[in-house]
Design a protein around this ligand. Structure first.
Ligand SMILES: Nc1ncnc2c1ncn2[C@@H]1O[C@H](COP(=O)(O)OP(=O)(O)O)[C@@H](O)[C@H]1O
Ligand SMILES: [Mg+2]
Length: 360
């Protein structure tokens, strides 16, 4: 499985690959297996120059932490997706964790496969992944429109199944978003979750985070320190699968609508505030306008995925009970939502998904 080559096990150090300051929590079974795998990989990490072993065809992806290259293996001709992480911004421990967790999870049909090849060059750490020829889920979201409900439901059950598997192994993905869902076909008949660069053991403690994303749960957004402070008012947060469940709920909103529901889950975001108020007083508060396009059944599902209290949140597989029901209200001939659906004011109210020019 591993390419054999001498390499020392580097001392543990703060992971520059992560935006959060973390410390290890209670050891889970899955976690100790990963740690053993990390140690074994470190001892046998090949040193090679990418060009000597692979023909680099083109760059097929770029994220916050690394680049993904379409390559063919020089001897075998096998096409692969090589994820390369610059040593300048990646600690060895972070790389080993991402590689070993990806390897452990890669047997699931809805998680990207690995070749069992990890290496370091002078400037990079890298590992070879199965090449997923479609684009990622973000690339097929039509801004302000989203993706058809039928296709969203296909994605939803597959992502839920991948999350169920990850969580059963005592791990939390921590970066669920459309960019990290790879497509084998444009109709999403087969999708694969990727990017385990932020994945951690359940129970790992987060002391603070430096910035927020729309997919982050309220309890995570509370970990940003106030201006001029080094630590947040909130006590350290234990990483739980409920963080992924929340992000999954936001992802479903994004791909169904082509909008983010909010920018961040704090009281300064009026879209989040409106949603939180409705969740706290569902009997007396109207459904916020950007949620009115959804059926009551779909809203029930969202209420379970996006429960404000992490302990009240359902597991991701709750969506499986809702795929047989309608999610989006039918449109009236005038283009507005039917029966109690209200007029969608999303185009003026919500922020469009990622302000990439491609999607404007
Ligand atoms: N195995 C793969 N096959 C095809 N494209 C991929 C593959 N892995 C990643 N990508 C593309 O590369 C992008 C960045 O990869 P990712 O692993 O998410 O890096 P980062 O950790 O920097 O976010 C993804 O959003 C996706 O578009
Ligand atoms: Mg990514």
């Amino acid at each position: 499985m591993f390419s054999l080559c001498l390499g020392g096990f580097f001392p543990q150090s703060k992971d520059m690959h992560d935006v959060a300051m973390i410390e290890l929590g209670p050891v889970e079974d899955g976690g100790s297996y990963i740690e053993e795998l990390m140690e074994l990989t470190a001892q046998s990490l090949s040193r090679l120059e990418i060009q000597e072993h692979f023909n680099v065809i083109k760059e097929i992806g770029r994220g916050k932490y690394g680049r993904v290259l379409l390559v063919t293996h020089r001897c075998r001709g096998t096409p692969m997706a090589l994820k390369v992480l610059p040593k300048a911004s990646t600690k060895l421990k972070g790389f080993l964790r991402e590689y070993c967790i990806s390897l452990r999870l890669s047997c699931h049909p809805c998680i990207v496969g690995l070749f069992g090849i990890a290496f370091q060059s002078d400037e990079h750490y890298g590992f070879a992944q199965e090449l997923v020829v479609g684009r990622d889920l973000f690339a097929i979201i039509k801004p302000r429109v989203g993706i058809s409900e039928r296709v969203v439901k296909r994605c939803a059950v597959q992502i839920a199944s991948a999350l169920e598997f990850i969580h059963r192994l005592g791990l939390v993905h921590r970066d669920i978003k459309p960019e990290n869902v790879l497509l084998l076909d444009t109709q999403c008949r087969h999708v694969k979750l990727a990017d385990f660069g932020l994945t951690q053991k359940c129970g790992t403690l987060i002391r603070f985070i430096s910035s927020t994303l729309p997919y982050m749960a309220p309890e995570l957004c509370a970990m940003v320190p106030d201006a001029g402070q080094e630590t947040p008012k909130a006590p350290p947060l234990s990483i739980q699968p409920s963080l992924d469940t929340w992000a999954f709920g936001v992802l479903l909103f994004c791909i169904l609508t082509g909008f983010f529901p909010w920018e961040y889950c704090t009281s300064t975001d009026c879209f989040y505030e409106e949603f939180a108020e409705w969740r706290q007083n569902p009997e007396t508060t109207e459904v916020p306008s950007q949620w009115m396009r959804f059926t009551p059944a779909c809203m029930e599902m969202f209420a379970k995925l996006l429960a404000l209290e992490p302990n009240d949140r359902s597991t991701a597989d709750v969506v499986k009970g809702y795929v047989g029901k309608d999610w989006v209200r039918p449109k009236c001939p005038n283009g507005l939502m039917g029966e109690n659906g209200g007029v969608s004011s999303m185009t003026t109210m919500s922020s469009p998904c990622r302000s990439s020019p491609v999607l404007q």
